[in-house]
Design a protein around this ligand. Structure first.
Ligand code: HAS
Ligand code: CU1
Length: 563
């Protein structure tokens, strides 16, 4: 095969400078994301202190009425708002910069942002007024104000609109570059957007046919079982919607930052296509204990969950191989001694390495959850937040933080303020999360329920106490880390502009083998989209038909509020 000179491959460096408009568009996404993370993460430690019976909520009463209002804000702001705004902003960046061309229809992407922002503001009002204290999973029959549901729906619709903008931009690039493999970081971002469009059908149906009419009083009651099934149709792939942008960075950027190359462009693409196929048809692993879903469907989703484990194993292999290659280029030696040769002094690298290390443990707890038998032990216990603070709150969030360490100065034309402070931020996050999440896992095994202000309990088994204290200690360390992050971001934003050569460049990793050698089937949407659609229909279709036929809108009556 001849490799055309035209092939822009995935090589980074210079080549396309973002316009002022593009910088601003991406910047406003990041701005909203970081504010959400800031507020959401400041609430988290309050919950951990509560576990040790230190109730700071009482001092915040005019703003926060209860532990549950705080927990709802924490979950919505961190898990839904920080992630979604960051991801859409970052994918705008990887689309433009990966393809080295402007957005095909920038107005679409501006509209996407505007709709997301309006949705966020709509959802924020009832949340702050204690009218949406329904936690981030908003399980019926907990009922929030209609504005909360409409607002969240608009956030999703806005992300669809932006996704369309990415897709049209990639499409235009492909027309101009026939036969050339799509640059990895751009393709991977669009695959994630495509997966998200399929995944969010569940929540769209839930909102439009159940929760919104119910909250508006148009229907009297709802069916919690069906609502949960719709929710987890979206809720599980949601976690990969969060994870995949971190993988874009681990595969497509981190190797360059570490001084090496991407070990295999083909494996990187394969893992993204696998996520497109198997991210959705696994939602019943959140409903193993729910009545009304026959065992065989739970079994099928459990098997497919082991399938979705596989692309992460591929990722561990490929990313660690890329890092080892980089480290050996830098003079690293030994079976694992090479790890020391990685650029641990670079906060953007260190955050992502630490995120990856904790993700290995998050993967193990995920595997535990996925086993039907073990899930019966850990479901609804503190183990589950233990699991997802290693995944979404570390693998994803700490990686996103690491990305902002080069991206924010890049967009602002400044340099990262306080390199050392940022390193302390990375390590405090790591240490805080190790302590916090280990204690949560242990508490879960001892039977402590999740989503419960345990400090208020009149009696807890003695063996919980040490772990409850460690949860609070972890939370305190994380509080320091969040504050350091906000300071670094603020100072970087306000730092004096520097000449272009001193601004951090965009780290786009070259592949060891030229991407043009990657098989064509790893660059085609159609077969993968068909497979994804088929698998969703097979794994959910019959069960959804059954549940819809059996639907009983009787739970509970119109005026039901438990908080
Ligand atoms: Fe999960 C519950 C199963 C991954 C998030 N999960 C949750 C909830 C959240 C969540 C938020 O089967 C709670 C939902 C709620 O509120 O009720 N999860 C899994 C499985 C995986 C998994 C099998 N989860 C994630 C990810 C998340 C996330 C990713 C967020 C981003 N999870 C479950 C199940 C439940 C669940 C059940 C229901 C529990 C219940 O009963 O309620 C897998 O995808 C995990 C695969 C991961 C790996 C690890 C690979 C390691 C890598 C690291 C490489 C290292 C590097 C660093 C790069 C196989 C890739 C190298 C460094 C050097 C220095 C060299
Ligand atoms: Cu899941």
């Amino acid at each position: 095969m001849t490799i055309t000179e035209r092939a822009p491959s995935t090589v980074g460096g210079s080549g396309y400078d973002l316009s002022r408009f593009e910088r601003r568009l991406i910047g406003v996404h990041l701005f909203v994301a970081i504010i959400a993370l800031g507020i959401g993460s400041l609430i988290g430690p309050l919950q951990t202190f509560e576990y040790s019976n230190v109730n700071l909520y009482q001092y915040l009463e005019p703003v926060l009425q209860s532990y549950y209002q705080g927990l709802s804000l924490h979950g919505v702001l961190n898990a839904l708002v920080w992630t979604t705004f960051f991801i859409v902003g970052f994918t705008t960046f990887t689309t433009i910069r990966g393809l080295r061309r402007p957005l095909r229809h920038p107005r679409i992407n501006v509209a996407g942002f505007a709709v997301m922002l309006i949705g966020l503001l709509m959802a924020a009002v009832p949340l702050l007024l204690d009218q949406a204290t329904v936690l981030y999973t908003f399980y019926a029959p907990l009922k929030a104000s209609w504005a909360f549901y409409v607002g969240l729906t608009l956030v999703v619709v806005g992300s669809w609109i932006s996704g369309l903008g990415f897709f049209l931009t990639l499409h235009a690039w492909r027309k101009d570059n026939p036969g050339v493999r799509s640059p990895f970081i751009a393709l991977a971002g669009v695959i994630n957007a495509a997966m998200w469009q399929i995944a969010t059908i569940g929540i769209a149906v839930q909102m439009l046919t159940m929760l919104i009419p119910w909250s508006l009083g148009l229907i009297d009651a709802t069916d919690p079982q069906l609502a949960r099934t719709y929710f987890w149709f979206t809720g599980h792939p949601l976690v990969y919607f969060w994870l995949l942008p971190a993988y874009v960075s681990w595969y497509g950027m981190l190797p360059k930052q570490a001084g090496g190359k991407l070990f295999s462009d083909s494996l990187a693409r394969l893992s993204f296509w696998m996520f497109l196929i198997v991210s959705v048809p696994v939602g019943f692993h959140h409903q193993f204990v729910d009545p009304g879903i026959p065992q065989v469907w739970k079994w099928l989703h459990a098997v497919l969950t082991y399938g979705v484990f596989f692309p992460s194993l591929l990722t561990a292999f490929t990313v660690i191989a890329s890092l080892e290659y980089a480290a050996r280029q830098r003079g690293g030696t030994g079976l694992i001694g090479w790890v020391r040769a990685l650029p641990w002094g670079d906060p953007s690298v260190t955050t992502q390495l630490l995120a990856g290390i904790l993700f290995m443990f998050g993967g193990i707890s995920g595997l535990t959850n996925a086993s039907y038998n073990l899930n019966l032990v850990v479901h609804n216990t503190a183990w589950v937040p233990g699991h997802f603070h290693l995944t979404v709150a570390t693998a994803v969030t700490l990686s996103f933080i690491g990305i902002t360490y080069w991206m924010v100065p890049h967009l602002c034309g400044t340099q990262l303020w306080g390199r050392r402070v940022a390193l302390v931020q990375a390590w405090t996050w790591f240490v805080g999360m190790v302590i916090f999440s280990n204690a949560m896992h242990m508490l879960g095994l001892l039977g402590a329920p999740r989503r419960t202000p345990l400090g208020e309990a009149l009696y807890v088994p003695d063996e919980w106490n040490g772990h409850l204290l460690r949860v609070s200690i972890g939370g305190a360390i994380l509080l320091v880390s969040v504050i350091l992050y906000l300071v670094v971001m603020y100072k970087t934003f306000r730092a004096p502009k520097v000449e272009a050569a001193l601004v951090p460049e965009v780290p786009i990793a070259e592949s060891l083998r030229h991407p043009q050698l990657t098989p064509v089937w790893l660059d085609r949407f159609k077969p993968w989209l068909i497979a994804a659609g088929l698998l969703v229909v097979l794994s959910y279709g019959p069960q959804l038909v059954d549940q819809i036929m059996d639907m009983s809108l009787n739970s509970p009556g119109p005026d039901f509020k438990v908080w």
